[in-house]
Design a protein around this ligand. Structure first.
Ligand code: HPA
Ligand code: ZN
Length: 342
């Protein structure tokens, strides 16, 4: 394979899975303004330009404040459908053939939008892309960790009629001060209902939160996890079990987890033998979808084609696809990758 940094066209053409994506974080300013208008929601921003100018964040919390304000325009089932379709189209254009997406029901039910409204709109869009483009997907119900465990338990109850559409539970929002241990009971109940688990841990929080996500929540993947390098025993465990880390490079820079991409530990994670994947997190806010994230790390760390293909391989290996479906996707990836080698 070529040794030089692969081109954008090549990177985008590689079949890949997205494993860390908040649907509400794909709400582009144009769509936000349109929905605010059609739903009569006062946004506090007069134009798309003004909105974009507000997207300067000091840390995770300053982002979340704007992200939850943006969620307020999502009211009708059609809004959730339109949001999801817009994401799927962008992701597909950048090579995504399988997407495992988070949604935050509590940020909607707390405003009086029913769980059913949210999940029906999202599910309809996911089904449509499976039927029209063979784009497979999984839905992950993410609990807001700044709220109580009782609130999460009530949300899981509301989800009961729709569990056939939901593969896993997750944990997001303000990390520091809200450790995974706060949610042990609700994750146990989700396990009883045959849901898988993932959790954000080690984005701003310490390595102990990653241990808790693994040991107490039985997380199959760690979302972000970039702070694991501070703990050698943790790294050894993650490597031994090849636990997938869903890393979000552009997000980490936007939220000042690292000062720059080149100054991030992305290459160190790979060098440690960790199973690293590349994802977009909240692309409407962080400046790029998955292909943009792949390209940014390839350029920042001078990755060659083989390394970029390995990142795409990892995305399928770390997915919740069945083993035969993983094989199929890996085969498709190999075919594309071999067509670009000389
Ligand atoms: N981190 C934590 N919670 C979130 C994020 C994130 O990047 N995006 C949406 N909710
Ligand atoms: Zn996230």
């Amino acid at each position: 394979m070529r040794n030089e940094i692969p081109t954008k066209e090549l990177i985008w053409s590689l079949p890949k899975a997205e494993l860390h994506l908040h649907l509400e974080g794909t709400l582009e300013p144009e769509m936000m303004m349109q929905m605010a208008k059609r739903n009569n929601v006062a946004l506090g921003y007069q134009s798309v330009a003004e909105l974009r100018e507000a997207y300067v964040f000091a840390d995770l919390q300053s982002f979340l404040d704007i992200y939850y304000a943006g969620c307020s325009v999502l009211v009708e089932e059609q809004d959730f459908y339109d949001l999801t379709i817009a994401y799927l189209e962008r992701a597909r254009s950048q090579g995504v053939c399988h997407a495992e997406v988070f949604f935050d029901p509590q940020s909607h039910t707390s405003r009086g939008v029913s769980f059913e409204t949210v999940v029906r709109g999202i599910h309809r869009a996911l089904e449509e892309y499976q039927a029209s483009f063979q784009m497979s997907s999984r839905l992950i119900l993410s609990f807001l960790r700044h709220l109580s465990e009782d609130d999460a338990l009530a949300t899981l109850e509301e989800a009961t009629p729709f569990l056939g559409w939901i593969t896993a539970v997750g944990l997001d929002s303000s990390e520091v001060g809200n450790p995974p241990s706060k949610f042990t009971r609700v994750f146990a109940r989700a396990r009883e209902r045959h849901l898988l688990a993932v959790a954000h841990a080690g984005e701003e929080g310490p390595p102990e939160y990653i241990w808790e996500a693994l040991d107490l929540l039985h997380a199959a993947r760690i979302d972000h996890g970039v702070r694991c390098l501070g703990d050698a025993a943790l790294v050894a465990r993650l490597v031994a079990r090849q636990t997938t880390l869903t890393v979000c490079p552009l997000s980490n820079v936007k939220l000042h987890v690292f000062p720059t991409l080149a100054g991030s530990n992305f290459a160190d994670l790979i060098d440690e033998g960790l199973r690293v994947t590349v994802n977009s997190d909240d692309p409407a806010y962080f400046g790029g979808y998955i292909g943009d994230n792949f390209l940014a790390v390839a350029e920042a760390f001078a990755l060659d084609t083989a390394q970029v293909v390995q990142l795409a391989r990892n995305s399928f290996l770390g997915s919740f696809l069945s083993e035969p479906d993983k094989e199929l996707r890996l085969h498709q990836l190999s075919s594309v990758a071999s067509s670009i080698s000389f």
